[in-house]
Unconditional design. Structure first.
Length: 364
């Protein structure tokens, strides 16, 4: 048997030998694995560029595959598989990159939240500091105001010093009668009231402070220029005791007497109280209830320098004799009779004379 020798040659096919060679070439080229560019998680721009590049490469491969399909069916199948791999790898990579970017953005948002939290805490701390500072300032202001008020009260109370006075207490009548002034100053006399002695612990709330004609005469004769009774406190009265007739009469030094807180309702007589006080200028006996007295004559007679007398809220219910209540008071220009009750003709005449002196009208 003759041996058969196999021989191979390129024969002409309908599509042509050259076409076959070209198709094989493209199949060989398309069988290479295409790798997508990695995405830098630190840069969103790099990720975007990588996606665009992957898409471009995929399109190129797809275009090549389409051309190869016209050459060989088997080659086309391989190319489609390769394209599928490329698309899968490219898509997975992009999704991973987006995940990284999302994670990073979340991290940034978390940092922003932390920053906001810190800022909020700082604001709260600042507000608390401001509030503490304001509270501290208010406390300091309150302390200063309280200290100033205390100092003012101390100054006033120091004028009305109960230690400057001797007295005796009648346990039965609850009358604490002042008997002697032993203060260092003789010109400005400040007489403490009942409340002052209560506060000092000298008497109780059941007791009252009294003053006599003898004590007032002693103060006057010692050269008193100003006499004032304390007006502060709930029990801010000093009570006149017994006969007060001419208690401050004939003084050469007395200029001012504020006795508005001297209660004369228990006194037995009070006429000629300020008669012939040569330098007397200002008297305040507002609120005096003189309804129990029948004789109020010569109260201010002969006080030639007397300018102002406050008789507001005074009562003269049973006064019969008010002869020369005002007499020879040529400097008198101010008589206050606001809310005065049962005033007599002599008192009204003094009021009219004060108006004439103020208007500088001729005497009638």
């Amino acid at each position: 048997m003759d041996s058969i020798k196999q021989r191979f040659s390129i024969r002409k096919i309908t599509i042509g030998a050259v076409s076959v060679l070209i198709g094989l070439t493209f199949m060989s080229y398309s069988s290479q694995t295409v790798h997508a560019d990695s995405v830098d998680a630190n840069s969103s721009d790099s990720a975007t560029t990588s996606v665009i590049k992957d898409q471009t490469t995929t399109e190129q491969v797809a275009s090549t595959t389409k051309t190869s399909n016209n050459v060989d069916t088997n080659g086309a199948n391989k190319t489609e598989d390769t394209t599928s791999i490329v698309k899968t790898k490219s898509t997975n990579k992009v999704d991973l990159s987006n995940t990284d970017l999302t994670t990073k953005n979340n991290s940034i948002d978390d940092n922003s939240n932390v920053g906001s939290s810190i800022e909020s805490k700082n604001k709260i701390a600042t507000n608390e500091n401001k509030q503490e500072s304001t509270t501290s300032t208010n406390k300091q202001a309150t302390t200063v105001a309280s200290t100033s008020k205390t100092q003012a009260n101390t100054t006033q109370n120091s004028q009305y010093n109960t230690a400057d006075w001797d007295g005796s207490l009648d346990q039965n009548s609850h009358q604490y009668t002042l008997t002697k002034y032993k203060g260092t100053g003789n010109k400005n006399i400040y007489i403490p009231n009942t409340q002052d002695f209560i506060n000092a612990g000298t008497i109780t709330t059941d007791d009252k402070v009294y003053i006599t004609k003898d004590l007032l005469e002693t103060i006057k004769d010692a050269g008193a220029v100003n006499i004032t009774i304390d007006s502060e406190g709930d029990k801010n009265k000093v009570y006149a005791k017994g006969d007060m007739t001419a208690a401050l009469m004939n003084s050469d030094t007395l200029k001012s007497a504020d006795l508005s807180h001297l209660d004369v309702s228990e006194a037995t007589a009070i006429r000629s109280m300020f008669q012939n006080d040569k330098n007397l200028e200002n008297v305040n006996i507002a609120g005096w209830n003189m309804g129990q007295f029948s004789d109020m004559s010569q109260m201010f007679s002969g006080a030639e320098k007397l300018v102002k007398v406050d008789l507001s809220d005074t009562v003269y219910k049973n006064v019969v004799n008010a002869w020369n209540f005002f007499a020879h008071n040529n400097a008198l220009t101010d008589v206050d009779l606001t809310n005065a009750r049962n005033i007599t003709r002599e008192i009204v005449n003094g009021y009219v004379q004060a108006i004439k002196n103020q208007m500088q009208l001729p005497l009638i």
